[in-house]
Design a protein. Structure first.
Length: 131
């Protein structure tokens, strides 16, 4: 089963980073933010084609448009122990831009307990991952 979470609701990562100190980098893991049921995550950036995303993530019937999502959004995919997925959309100009660099992005799943580092980009007024 898969779910595409709405762009309109503020999600847990945005909530966490919106109250963080913008002058320092933030290290976090997604398991502590989204919960223990989610064991893996992947980031899908704009223009990643549906067939590429499905092949890389070994998933079928994803909500990815044929030629990928447009440049305004990035997607966090969470995968549970039972292989359910949740697709959380981020508006790239609002709080968090998961895809500050669009080329050569690794779409593969990573453990949710691995550390992600974010820095605040003052020019774009968003948090961006550095790893």
């Amino acid at each position: 089963a898969l779910t595409l979470a709405s762009c309109s609701t503020e999600n847990a990562l945005e909530s966490h980073l919106s109250s963080a100190d913008q002058s320092s980098h933030q290290s976090l893991n997604l398991r502590s933010i989204y919960g223990d049921e989610w064991v893996e995550f992947a980031i899908v950036c704009p223009y990643a084609p549906k067939d590429t995303v499905e092949a890389e993530l070994q998933l079928e019937d994803t909500p990815v448009p044929r030629f990928g999502f447009d440049e305004t959004q990035s997607i966090l995919v969470l995968k549970s122990t039972s292989s359910n997925t949740e697709w959380i959309s981020f508006k790239r100009t609002h709080i968090v831009d998961l895809c500050p660099v669009l080329s050569d992005y690794d779409i593969s799943f990573r453990p949710t307990d691995s550390t992600l580092d974010f820095i605040f980009n003052l020019k774009n007024n968003v948090w961006e991952p550095t790893n």
